[in-house]
Ligand binder design. Structure first.
Ligand SMILES: [Zn+2]
Length: 208
């Protein structure tokens, strides 16, 4: 076994992958980073399924010790692929899909459940028009440019899954709070024109 990298802990117990001194877990910040990086496909594919489960459980228990909700930093993904909980038939009538149907598809059952724990007073809707939505959910920002089809948000879970255009609990909570007609309109368009939508992790950089 090699030496630990300089300025990192010398106790292998403080790593997600002790064998390779990877994913240090000695501080809350490092544990969050470990969760975020280890939720990425390119990090996970270097390991076997068994190794992934081992590293996931080490990272998640470190986060738990620090009192951090692992889901906000990419979540504990027990297999390397997150797929929608609900998949519709090819010939589905999109206009007949309800807000709940669409949220189950984009957000999934587990995240829908945890979204309900976000207290109403932690949602600050600054603007909802037919063109724009600007809101804060907890410490995160959500901006949606409906006309240009840009969806931007900045939590770790969003960043981990935005390439698949799957959503996090903050976005679920927001879409369940605003005018349901606006929310369902966005999700139906997203479902129909998925390729036309851009998911971004930099809400501060799109419209002011
Ligand atoms: Zn989020």
């Amino acid at each position: 076994m090699r030496d630990p990298p300089p300025k990192f802990p010398s106790d292998p117990e403080l790593y997600g992958d002790p064998e390779n001194w990877k994913y240090p877990l000695d501080t809350p910040r490092r544990a969050k980073l470990a969760r975020r990086f280890f939720s990425m496909e390119r990090s996970r594919r270097r390991y076997s399924e068994e190794e992934r489960a081992y590293i996931d459980s080490r990272i998640d228990s470190a986060l738990e010790r620090f009192g951090i909700d692992s889901e906000e930093y990419g979540g504990s993904v027990k297999d390397s692929e997150r797929v929608p909980d609900v998949v519709f038939h090819d010939d589905v009538d999109v206009d007949a899909l309800t807000l709940d149907d669409l949220l189950l598809h984009f957000v999934g059952k587990k995240r829908m459940e945890s979204s309900r724990d976000i207290p109403h007073e932690r949602i600050e809707v600054e603007k909802v028009t037919g063109e724009y939505i600007v809101a804060r959910v907890k410490e995160y920002l959500v901006k949606i440019d409906i006309e240009s089809r840009v969806f931007a948000h900045d939590c770790g879970d969003w960043i981990a899954w935005m390439s698949k255009k799957l959503m996090c609990k903050h976005v679920a909570r927001l879409l369940g709070t605003i005018d349901p007609q606006v929310a369902v309109g966005i999700l139906r368009d997203l479902y129909t024109n998925k390729g036309e939508w851009t998911f971004s992790s930099k809400p501060r950089e799109i419209f002011a």
